[in-house]
Design a protein around this ligand. Structure first.
Ligand SMILES: [Zn+2]
Length: 252
C-alpha cells in the first residue's frame, strides 16, 4: 500500500510537470530525428494600442486575461520606449483574434504581435516610436519578415478592432522602411479602375466592405470615413503598383 502511494506520488509529479512544459518528443512514437526542419516562422507583424492607462496594467492583462478571455502579445512597448517581451518569437501569442489579411486567416498563427502602451485618444510618444522602429528592424532582419508586411490590428480585423488609432504615424514608419505608404507623386488610375478590387489587393478582407473602407481610411487617411473620399482611388492605385514589385505574402 505504501509502495502504491509512492507510485501515485511519482505519477502526480509527472502529471504536474506535464502541465508546465510540453514534451519535445511524443512518447507514442519512436524518435528518428531529421535535421531537415526549421521553426515555424511569423510572416507578418501586427501592431496594437493597449487602450489602457499604463504599461504596468497592460503587462498584467497580457499575462492573464481581459474581459474576452486570456490574451497576450509577443511584445509591449511603454510610452517611455521600454520594451517588454511576453511570448517567444516562435510561439503563437493570442493578440489578433479573428483576423484575415491577404486571404490568410488566423493571424495569431503567422504573426508577431506588438502592443503599444497608448489609450487610443492621444499621440504616440517619440521614445515609443523610436523604440518600435528598432524592434521592427530587429524582427524583420532576424525573422526574415518582409518589411512591408507591418499592419494594424484594425486592418486585419476591420469589423472588430480599431487599433492602432488614427494617431498612429504610419507615414513615419514607411519612411523608415516598414509597412506601405503612397508615394509623393500619385498617378491617375486607369479608366475602369476598381477601388474595391485594389482594397482587396492591398490585403483587406472585404466580407464587410464598409468596415474595410473605414480601416483603410484610419490607416492611410487619418480619418474613419465610411464612404469613398476624393483621393482614395489615387492612393489605392499607387499602393497596388508598389505591391506589384514586392513578393506576395508567403502562404501558410
Ligand atoms: Zn489590438
Amino acid at each position: 500500500m505504501k509502495r502504491l502511494s509512492g507510485v501515485v506520488a511519482i505519477l502526480m509529479l509527472v502529471l504536474i510537470a506535464g502541465c508546465t512544459s510540453t514534451p519535445v518528443r511524443n512518447p507514442l512514437a519512436q524518435w528518428h530525428g531529421s535535421p531537415n526542419h526549421e521553426p515555424r516562422r511569423a510572416r507578418i507583424i501586427v501592431l496594437h494600442h493597449t487602450a489602457m492607462d499604463s504599461a504596468e496594467g497592460a503587462l498584467r492583462t497580457l499575462q492573464t486575461r481581459n474581459a474576452g478571455g486570456p490574451v497576450s502579445s509577443h511584445y509591449l512597448i511603454g510610452d517611455d520606449g521600454r520594451r517588454y517581451q511576453l511570448v517567444a518569437d516562435d510561439a503563437r501569442a493570442w493578440h489578433a483574434g479573428s483576423s484575415r489579411w491577404s486571404g490568410i486567416g488566423d493571424l495569431n498563427s503567422y504573426s508577431i504581435g506588438i502592443e503599444l502602451d497608448n489609450d487610443g485618444r492621444e499621440p504616440f510618444s517619440e521614445p515609443q516610436i523610436q523604440s518600435l522602429l528598432v524592434l521592427l528592424a530587429d524582427l524583420t532582419g532576424r525573422l526574415g519578415i518582409q518589411p512591408h508586411l507591418v499592419v494594424g490590428h484594425g486592418d486585419v480585423a476591420p469589423t472588430l478592432k480599431d487599433d492602432p488609432s488614427v494617431w498612429f504615424p504610419w507615414q513615419r514608419l514607411a519612411q523608415a522602411g516598414f509597412g506601405l505608404w503612397p508615394r509623393e507623386v500619385l498617378g491617375t488610375p486607369p479608366v475602369g479602375f476598381d477601388p474595391w478590387l485594389a482594397l482587396r489587393v492591398v490585403g483587406y478582407d472585404l466580407r464587410d466592405p464598409e468596415a474595410a473602407l473605414v480601416a483603410f481610411h484610419r490607416h492611410f487617411r487619418g480619418n474613419e470615413a465610411r464612404t469613398w473620399q476624393p483621393g482614395d482611388a489615387e492612393i489605392l492605385h499607387d499602393l497596388q503598383l508598389q505591391l506589384m514589385d514586392m513578393p506576395a505574402v508567403p502562404g501558410p
